[in-house]
Design a protein around this ligand. Structure first.
Ligand code: IMP
Length: 199
């Protein structure tokens, strides 16, 4: 299958690089949004689910640029906090440091530290009138204190199941083999494999 050009509906270059890596075996050429258009596309993440937000972003970029678009959305769900912060993960406090404190303070004295990262990827294919949605979940727990310097966001307080270290202590290579985004991207790659034609 020849490579299809798909715009990545985000202005975050780190996210873009990660997605290019995760989709390296898929028959797609992923283009960085701001390199495709000078238009300042703003999409509010006001949905009630990761898939809704991802779909919203991919649809907006696809409609404006009239081409296939791919977007993702993710967050951390803490069982003892009724799955909060969830879709609000990026907005519960001003920066990563304060967001981590928010979770640790809420879990102060709480025994159940169970948590999971969830990611959803949406691919909008306008000519085929199709939307592909995948979801990936990475189970684990919230550590007592933050540890490690790798990664971003909640990585310093998330210990994936089967490991003793936080994502921020583990090598990026390990995270990329088990993460929620990896699982969602792998599902998308499998969908590409079962498809003969793409627009
Ligand atoms: P978004 O998907 O970029 O909107 O991210 C939502 C929120 O979840 C942000 O606060 C991210 O830092 C956080 N988040 C999503 N994925 C990860 C991850 O793999 N590690 C750490 N934090 C993450």
């Amino acid at each position: 299958m020849s490579k299809s050009r798909i715009v990545f509906a985000s202005k975050n270059r780190d996210k873009y690089r990660e997605m290019v890596f995760l989709l390296r075996e898929a028959p797609v050429e992923l283009l960085f949004g701001p390199e495709v258009t000078k238009v300042d596309i703003q999409v509010q993440e006001t949905g009630n689910s990761y898939s809704e937000n991802a779909l919203h972003k991919a649809s907006a970029w696809s409609e404006i640029l009239n081409m296939p678009a791919l977007a993702d959305d993710s967050g951390i769900e803490v069982t003892a906090l009724c799955n909060e912060p969830g879709v609000h993960s990026a907005r519960i406090a001003e920066d990563d440091e304060l967001r981590i404190l928010w979770v640790l303070n809420k879990l102060n004295g709480v025994e159940n530290r169970e948590a999971r990262f969830v990611a959803s990827i949406a691919l909008v294919l306008p000519k085929m009138s199709q939307v592909w949605l995948t979801v990936g979940i990475c189970y684990g727990k919230v550590s007592q204190v933050k540890k490690g310097d790798n990664g971003f966001g909640y990585d310093p307080i998330f210990v994936p199941k089967g490991y003793e270290k936080t994502f921020a202590e583990l090598e990026a290579e390990v995270k990329n083999r088990i993460s929620h985004r990896y699982i969602a991207a792998k599902a998308l790659c499998d969908m590409f494999k079962s498809q003969n034609v793409l627009e």
